[in-house]
Design a protein around this ligand. Structure first.
Ligand code: XMP
Length: 319
């Protein structure tokens, strides 16, 4: 029987013990997990921690600005922001295979991260917001033979290469517990309640080739969809909701003109840990409001569909 206040105190002591006077570097993703890990570690060791946020151009609307505000301005945690959009887009040009995308993004992320770590003069430890389900799922979750469903984005390999040890204070926790810990550390409900966002970002929500132009289109559609979900008071009832931009164009009519633009799929699921999921049963009026707004407000999309697939047999992300 333990509370989050006790967990916090125990972990702070453990981190101090583990790190000593060493230097820690933490990759922030903008998500709840790495944020909570960073804030907890900062509480333990203060400015021995430096956070690095890589903007790979695959982020949601205004995400980078939100991270800067929270970490630099609010928590006063040393933060380096790397603008790496151009090199990620260059590397993703022509890549359509989901696993190749994932592997490129993971590898490039490590390369960028390593360069930044070197600029900072290196570190003794690498901090990560690894959760219990990450520990299991990256091994195998199908129960059958050990099949890789998706190569998860992580900085595996980096610690050895750079001779760093890992600090992973959230390894025993499930998502709902991380949210409680985040609140305990002073994060507001809006932030701790944020839906999970995958490391490869929008790239795995753009089947086919990823370009800056398509990321910009998807960012806008996603923001409209999430705005509608918040306005309807449904955000907290949903585990994850996002838009997907399909590599398919269909014919439409707008005013008295013909359109020939992309299809956007909307996804929303309920889940407790991301390992299984059910679709969220929006009512028809809600979905048609989203479709109308997205088509009116986002140039490049002229058709919107809703994904009715649970996990299994689907996965939550499309790639
Ligand atoms: P799937 O698509 O496998 O996703 O059903 C399960 C959960 O994991 C998230 N996800 C990722 N998270 N790196 C991450 O940090 C990744 O590479 C990655 N791929 C999927 C996904 O958003 C969902 O919450």
């Amino acid at each position: 029987d333990w509370t989050m206040a006790e967990f916090r105190a125990t972990k702070v002591a453990e981190i101090r013990e583990q790190v000593g006077s060493g230097r820690v570097i933490c990759g922030l993703s903008g998500g709840v997990d790495s944020s909570v890990a960073a804030i907890l570690i900062h509480e333990a060791i203060g400015d021995q921690l430096t956070c690095v946020f890589v903007d790979h151009g695959l982020l949601r609307l205004n995400e980078r600005e939100q991270v800067e505000k929270l970490f630099r301005d609010h928590y006063k945690i040393p933060l380096v922001v790397v603008d790496a959009e151009a090199r990620f887009m260059a590397g993703l040009a022509g890549v359509t295979d989901p696993e190749k995308k994932r592997k490129f993004i993971g590898g490039e992320f490590i390369a960028v991260f390593e360069e930044e770590a070197k600029k900072l003069g290196g570190a003794d430890f690498l901090a990560q917001g690894t959760l219990y389900p990450d520990v299991i799922e990256s091994v195998s979750f199908t129960g059958g033979p050990s099949v890789t469903i998706k190569s998860h984005h992580n900085v595996g390999g980096l610690p050895e290469r750079m001779n760093m040890k890992l600090v992973e204070p959230l390894r025993e926790l499930f998502k709902d517990e991380v949210r409680l810990l985040g609140k305990e550390l002073g994060l507001n409900d809006l932030f701790v309640g944020r839906h999970p966002f995958p490391g490869p970002g929008l790239a795995i929500r753009i089947p086919g080739e990823v370009t800056k132009e398509r990321c910009d289109i998807l960012r806008k559609a996603d923001a409209v969809y999430l705005d509608e979900i918040r306005n309807a008071g449904l955000y907290d009832a949903i585990w994850q909701a996002f838009a997907v931009l399909l590599p398919v164009r269909t014919v439409g009519v707008m005013g008295d003109g013909r359109t020939y633009d992309s299809v956007c799929a909307l996804r929303a699921v309920t889940s407790t840990d991301g390992m299984t999921a059910d679709i969220y049963p929006f009512d028809a009026a809600f979905l048609s409001r989203c479709a109308t707004r997205i088509i009116n407000e986002v140039k490049g999309i002229n058709r919107v569909v809703y994904d009715y697939t649970s996990k299994p047999p689907g996965t939550i992300e499309w790639e």
